[in-house]
Design a protein around this ligand. Structure first.
Ligand SMILES: Nc1ncnc2c1ncn2[C@@H]1O[C@H](COP(=O)(O)OP(=O)(O)OP(=O)(O)O)[C@@H](O)[C@H]1O
Ligand SMILES: [Mg+2]
Length: 335
């Protein structure tokens, strides 16, 4: 409808990105862009650029770009172009052309540095009229009404971001970021599988899917049978013990980062913070993680650890609520 403003919340993630709009659209797309490798691939695919699932299904015929991945030089031409194409595609999902203006709250991966932030603005120019950039934990806390006093632990793909939230925009001192997150877990599991089954032919994508389906950190070792190739020959093997072992490895690392965030907080707030620890991000889907995390950090006193619902959409949903609540002065115009 003309004459109207559309609000969007955008979670640009290392692995997947989500957009939520004030018109009720919510879409998640894997943060990957494919370009046909050669003219044969171009003719066969019939398009110049592929996104998300579509790119993954045709990955052998494409050069793949993950423009938000950790360690990606964001000023590299190809990745910058991929980022721009990806963001345009993501925003197209909410039909921005039907509105006069689009105001967006954006969360980008915490490893995207300041210079990259100006790239982020360049990427969004022409798509969005005004933006506000916030962190993932803050957007999550805002969306679930927990900004008064909480610790949000976003276990993503590229990083785990741990932030204390107490009623205002958090500063850099209120957040700790560690590199152990979903991608790291995949590498741990991959390594364990290759050690146990010598010659196993597995990819990161295979391992990630197994982890997403079977991850757990509590109880007895389970049997998890998966199919893989060993030197081209099909084998069905049990990786249940390896999933448990790899998932457990992240617990003390995240645990000690949480303790640090508690210990450096105003002492009067520490008891409340300890009892409102919220796990989010895809990694919070590890079965049993809240209880095991609570055990891990129980030496600092009484603690309460919970997981958000719908972790994959939580950040974008929170960013959208924030977008609608903030006065125009909070936005930076980018047209
Ligand atoms: N049930 C599950 N158990 C364990 N891990 C899971 C599960 N579901 C998703 N994940 C993992 O969560 C990660 C994706 O989470 P999320 O979408 O929060 O990350 P992201 O926003 O793309 O990354 P980042 O925030 O680091 O930029 C992936 O590593 C994925 O494999
Ligand atoms: Mg994320």
């Amino acid at each position: 409808m003309m004459g109207e403003r559309l609000y969007v919340g955008i979670d640009l993630g290392t692995y997947q990105s989500t957009i939520a709009s004030s018109a009720g659209v919510m879409t998640t797309i894997e943060t990957v862009v494919g370009r046909p490798k050669d003219p044969v691939a171009r003719n066969f695919l019939g398009r110049d650029v592929l996104f998300g699932d579509d790119a993954m299904k045709n990955k052998l015929a494409c050069n793949l770009y993950r423009p938000m991945a950790a360690g990606v030089a964001q000023d590299d031409e190809a990745n910058l172009a991929a980022a721009k194409a990806f963001v345009t595609h993501l925003i197209d999902a909410v039909d921005p052309e039907e509105y006069d203006e689009v105001f967006g709250v954006i969360c980008s991966p915490s490893h995207v540095s300041f210079t990259d932030k100006s790239n982020l603005v360049a990427t969004l120019r022409g798509q969005v009229n005004a933006i506000m950039v916030v962190t993932e934990p803050f957007a999550t806390a805002y969306g679930i009404g927990e900004i008064a006093c909480s610790i949000v632990v976003d276990i993503g793909a590229g990083t785990t971001d741990i932030a204390r939230i107490y009623g205002t925009f958090p500063t850099d001192e209120d957040q700790v970021t560690i590199l152990e997150a979903g991608d790291w877990l995949d590498l741990q599991l991959m390594d364990l599988i290759c050690k146990k089954y010598t010659g196993a032919q597995i990819t990161k994508d295979m391992v990630r899917k197994w982890k997403e389906e079977f991850s757990y950190v509590t109880g007895d070792v389970r049997e998890v049978m998966v199919e893989l190739s060993v030197e081209g020959k099909k084998q069905v093997v049990d990786i249940g013990d390896l999933i448990l072992e790899s998932c457990k490895r992240i617990i003390p690392l995240v645990g000690s980062a949480i303790k640090k965030i508690v210990a450096t907080a105003d002492p009067e707030y520490q008891p409340i913070l300890r009892n409102n620890i919220i796990l989010s991000g895809g990694g919070s889907g590890i079965e049993g993680i809240a209880d095991v995390m609570a055990d891990e950090i129980s030496d600092i006193g009484d603690v309460t650890v919970t997981c958000v619902e719908d972790p994959i959409e939580r950040v974008a949903a929170g960013a959208l609520v924030l977008a609608q609540d903030m006065p125009d002065e909070q936005y930076t115009s980018i047209v």
